[in-house]
Design a protein around this ligand. Structure first.
Ligand code: ADP
Length: 437
C-alpha cells in the first residue's frame, strides 16, 4: 500500500507530498538511496530445552552488536549473560519459562546502560534456529501458523529441541507481534541426499508411516563452510567434491558433491554417526536391548546414557571437553588415549567411505570448536591418508580459529580450516526472506 502524507504547501498552493510504501512492518523497514528495502538489525534466537542463545547482527555490515546466553530456564539458578563490546552483564533472576526468559532478554537489549537498542522497533526481523524440519523444509521459511504446526509435528524426532523452538517462536510472537520471523532448519541443507543415503534398511513401511530416515543436522554450518571454501579457492561449487567436518561438542560430517549434500553422518536424530563429546554415535542397535535387560534400564534411560554419558566422556571417564582429555592423554592416561583413538578412527572411516561414495575428493574442511582449534586432532585425522591425496602441512596446521589452507602444495586434496558462522547464516537467510515479503 502506498501512503501519502501532505507535509506542507508550495506558494502555488500545490501540496508537498511525502510518500512511503507502507506494509504491516513498515516501522522496521529501511530504504537505501535506490529505494531498495533492506533489513538492518536481525535478532537470532536459538532456543534449547532449558537454555537460549541470542545475537543481534547489523545486516548492513554483518557486524555482531551483542550476544547473550540464558541458562537454567525454569530451573533454580537461572541466569542471563550478555556481552557487547566492552560490557558484560550477568543477571541472576528466576525465569519461569521461555517467554519469561525472552521478555527479560528484550528488556536487557533495550536497557539504557547495558542494552544496544533504543526500542524493540529497531529489530527488523527475528531468525530462529530450528533443529528438525523433517521432510517439510529444504530451505528457510517465513513463520506462519502452518510452519509452527510442522515444527510441532517433528517433535517426536527431536523432542527437547523442537518443543523449545516452538515455545521460543510463540514467546517472540507475543512480545513482538509486528516483527516478521523466519525459521532456519538444521536439516534443510541435507534434503538433497538421495534415497540410498537417507534410507535405513528397515521395513519400508516405517519410512512411509513415520518418516524414519536419515535427516542430518548442522546443515547451516556445512552449507556455509562449503560455499566459503569454494569462494576462497576461486572455484565453482558445482565442480567440487567436498567433505566438511563439523567437529564440536556435537559432530557430523557431510559429503557435498557439486554444492549439494550427498551424505551425512547424523541420522534420524543427532545421536548417529561420529563419536561426540557425550554422544556415542553409531552403534549396534542390539546394545540397546542388551543393556536395558542387563542393567534393568528402560529404553529411555539407555538412550539418555547414549546421549549424555557416552562419547569421549564415557570412554575416557574424564570429560567431554577435548582439551581435558588430551591433557590427560599427554600425562599418560590410557583411557583418555583410547577415547581419542576411537574418535579419530571413526572420523577417518567416514572420510574414506564418503570419498568412495563420491568417487573422489577435492576439499576437506575442518570447522566448529574442535575442527577450528585442535591441531592435534586434525593432524591425527589426516595421518596416513596420502593414498587419498590428503597431505597436511604441519606448519600451516598450527592455525587456530581462522580461515586457512593447511595442506601441502603437493596435496591433491585442499585441506582447509574455516570457522563456522551459523548465526550469520541464519541472519542472512532471515534478511533474504523478509526482504521479499
Ligand atoms: P557446540 O557443539 O556446543 O556448538 P563448539 O563447536 O563450540 O560446540 O565446540 C565445543 C568443543 O570444542 C569443546 O567441548 C572443546 O572440546 C572443543 N574445543 C574448543 N576449543 C578447543 C581447543 N583450543 N582445543 C581443543 N578443543 C577445543
Amino acid at each position: 500500500m502506498i501512503v501519502y502524507k501532505v507535509e506542507g504547501w508550495t506558494k502555488g498552493n500545490l501540496p508537498v507530498v511525502l510518500f512511503a510504501i507502507k506494509t504491516e512492518y513498515s516501522k522496521q523497514k529501511y530504504y537505501d538511496s535506490n529505494k531498495r528495502r533492506f533489513e538492518v538489525k536481525v535478532l537470532v534466537i536459538n532456543c534449547g530445552s532449558s537454555s537460549l542463545k541470542y545475537r543481534i547482527l547489523d545486516m548492513r555490515t554483518e557486524e555482531l552488536l551483542v550476544k547473550g546466553l540464558v541458562e537454567r530456564i525454569a530451573l533454580p539458578g537461572s541466569v542471563i549473560i550478555q556481552e557487547k563490546q566492552g560490557d558484560r552483564t550477568e543477571l541472576d533472576l528466576p525465569l519461569q519459562d521461555h517467554k519469561d526468559a525472552i521478555s527479560h532478554v528484550l528488556g536487557l537489549l533495550t536497557d539504557e546502560v547495558h542494552g544496544v537498542l533504543k526500542s524493540l522497533d529497531e529489530i527488523s526481523a527475528v531468525g530462529h534456529r530450528i533443529v528438525h524440519g523433517g521432510e517439510h523444509y529444504s530451505e528457510a521459511a517465513y513463520v506462519t501458523d502452518e510452519v509452527i504446526e510442522a515444527i510441532e509435528q517433528c517433535k517426536d524426532m527431536a523432542p527437547l529441541h523442537n518443543h523449545a523452538h516452538v515455545l521460543g517462536i510463540r514467546a517472540c510472537r507475543d512480545l513482538m507481534p509486528n516483527t516478521p520471523m523466519v525459521c532456519v532448519f538444521d536439516t534443510a541443507f541435507h534434503q538433497t541426499m538421495p534415497p540410498e543415503s537417507y534410507l535405513y534398511a528397515i521395513p519400508y513401511e516405517f519410512y512411509e508411516k513415520y518418516k524414519i530416515r536419515r535427516y542430518g543436522f548442522h546443515g547451516t554450518s556445512h552449507g556455509y563452510v562449503s560455499k566459503r571454501a569454494a569462494e576462497i579457492l576461486g572455484k565453482d561449487l558445482k565442480d567440487l567434491k567436498m567433505i566438511t567436518c563439523h567437529l564440536g561438542n556435537g559432530a557430523s560430517l557431510a559429503a557435498i558433491k557439486g554444492g549439494k549434500c550427498f551424505d551425512t553422518s547424523m541420522g534420524l536424530t543427532p545421536l548417529d554417526g561420529l563419536v561426540m563429546g557425550t554422544r556415542s554415535g553409531v552403534l549396534d542397535p542390539a546394545i540397546l536391548t542388551f543393556l536395558a535387560e542387563k542393567e534393568n534400564m528402560s529404553a529411555e534411560q539407555v538412550l539418555n546414557m547414549l546421549n549424555k554419558k557416552s562419547g569421549i566422556l564415557g570412554l575416557s571417564g574424564i570429560s567431554s571437553d577435548f582439551r581435558d582429555v588430551e591433557a590427560a592423554a599427554k600425562e599418560g592416561n590410557e583411557r583418555a588415549h583410547q577415547a581419542l583413538d576411537v574418535y579419530v578412527h571413526r572420523v577417518k572411516a567416514y572420510i574414506g567411505s564418503y570419498a568412495a561414495e563420491m568417487n573422489g575428493l577435492d576439499v576437506l574442511v575442518f570447522t566448529a570448536g574442535v575442527g577450528e582449534n585442535d591441531r592435534w586432532i586434525r593432524s591425527r585425522i589426516c595421518e596416513n591418508m596420502d593414498f587419498l591425496g590428503i597431505e597436511l602441512d604441519p606448519e600451516k596446521n598450527q592455525v587456530q580459529g581462522e580461515e586457512a589452507i593447511i595442506s601441502t602444495e603437493a596435496s591433491r586434496v585442499k585441506i582447509m580450516v574455516l570457522p563456522t558462522h551459523e548465526e550469520l547464516v541464519i541472519a542472512r537467510s532471515t534478511k533474504e526472506i523478509v526482504e521479499k515479503l
